[in-house]
Design a protein around this ligand. Structure first.
Ligand code: ADP
Ligand code: GN1
Ligand code: MG
Length: 364
């Protein structure tokens, strides 16, 4: 099936004018579709990563419908403020392609932009408010109806076990080229289970979380500068609030981009960190427990360490999970994450003090 045939199978308005590959996500293949009447996003979902499309789309449809009614109740515009699944002409939430892939469609969010780096601190602040609000809004969502689209997605300890096995097997003989990075992960072995142990012991609550809160998964309104719509809902599932906080810090408060090769440019920008803490706590509207507040810095460190470990695992396994754009790309990404972890460790007391500063009513 060619792309136009696929697009025509969805309930679009108007004639197709243009289709272009779009965005810089690492997982799905995204197209921007312009018709004579409207604009859409078509995504070829990576079914090697998301193995159960039925469950994935059920999560997305459930969460977006819930968000749409909450937005409408507040007088907002659901068409711009949440993703909305566009049905196929035969009433399905997605299209099963002839190849192994599946396709789904959303309205394109217009008059808004998606950023790969923080161009203005206010954008980062507004993204923090929006991701915090997202969490507060979904606090009442029936979590038991959500499927785990990627099992143990942020179970860092299990990811560490996988990593150790991959290193031991060294199927592609790449271990020798990543000795320092592997040693860095191993040195952090005792950190790996900290947050998941707290969850298992009831010290951190299980919430409905986004699980992939990087800056390019949110649209910023071009006029108001507010975080208008949260994207990439494929990993919305029960998880930890500190992980949602942490993944945003990993990506947005790094002074360099995620795949920077000049590691002297990589550091934690404490001003951006502070801006995000302030915005996130405002957006969460007081729902976070004392333990959650206390563990926010740990969430940032663990998301960075885990992501680095995932990039490194993929490098060692032959780059089959994350899209790469050059040789050694995943190794570069991993190195960058580990340099950021090391800088967070140097700035640990400042990171804790900033959280304390914005948690005035709670002693942590
Ligand atoms: P991936 O899982 O590959 O990251 P995303 O769902 O995040 O896929 O989409 C990739 C990019 O496409 C986003 O970062 C954003 O730039 C753009 N995008 C996705 N959905 C929309 C939308 N509804 N409107 C406008 N842009 C979108
Ligand atoms: C992937 O899909 P995208 O590009 O928004 C990944 C995240 C990683 C991120 C690293 C489903 O996010 O977990 O943190 O890359 N998504 C999935 O940039 O694995
Ligand atoms: Mg994305």
């Amino acid at each position: 099936m060619n792309l136009n045939t696929i697009i025509e199978k969805f309930e679009i308005n108007g004639e197709i004018l243009k289709t272009e590959i779009y965005g810089s996500g690492h997982i799905n293949t995204t197209y921007r579709v312009t018709t004579t009447e409207d604009e859409y996003i078509l995504q070829k979902v990576n079914t090697a990563v998301f193995k159960n499309m039925e469950q994935l789309i059920e999560n997305v449809a459930g969460v977006t419908a819930y968000l749409a009614s909450a937005i409408e109740a507040c007088g907002g515009n659901p068409r711009r403020e949440t993703l909305q699944v566009i049905h196929t002409r035969d009433g399905q939430n997605y299209l099963k392609g002839e190849d192994d892939f599946s396709y789904r469609m959303y309205y394109f969010i217009t008059d808004a932009s998606c950023y790969d780096t923080v161009e203005k601190p206010e954008h980062f602040y507004e993204s923090a408010v929006a991701f915090g609000r997202f969490q507060a809004l979904l606090a009442a969502y029936p979590a038991e109806t959500l499927h785990e689209t990627i099992p143990n997605f942020h179970h860092t300890a299990k990811r560490f076990d996988t990593f150790c096995k991959v290193v031991e097997q060294d199927t592609l003989g790449r271990v020798a080229s990543a000795r320092e990075e592997i040693a860095f992960v191993m040195e952090h072995g005792t950190d790996m289970p900290v947050l998941t142990d707290m969850l298992e012991h009831g010290e951190l609550p299980l919430r409905v979380t986004h699980n992939d809160t990087k800056l390019n998964n949110i649209m910023i309104d071009n006029q108001t500068g507010k975080g208008i719509c949260i994207l990439d809902l494929d990993t919305v599932m029960p998880g930890l609030s500190v992980h949602d906080f942490g993944d945003s810090i990993r990506f947005g408060a790094n002074t360099a981009s995620e795949d920077e090769t000049d590691l002297s440019k990589v550091s934690l920008d404490l001003e951006l960190y502070e801006i995000y803490v302030k915005g996130f706590l405002e957006g969460c509207q007081g729902i976070l427990t004392e333990n959650e507040l206390k563990m926010l810095p740990m969430g940032a460190k663990m998301m960075t360490l885990e992501c680095g470990m995932r990039f490194l695992t993929d490098y060692l396994e032959g780059d089959t999970y994350f899209k790469i754009h050059r040789e050694g790309h995943n190794l570069d990404r991993a190195r960058c994450q580990f340099a950021l972890v090391a800088d967070m460790e140097r700035k640990w007391s400042e990171m804790e003090a900033i959280v304390q500063k914005y948690s005035p009513t709670k002693k942590i």
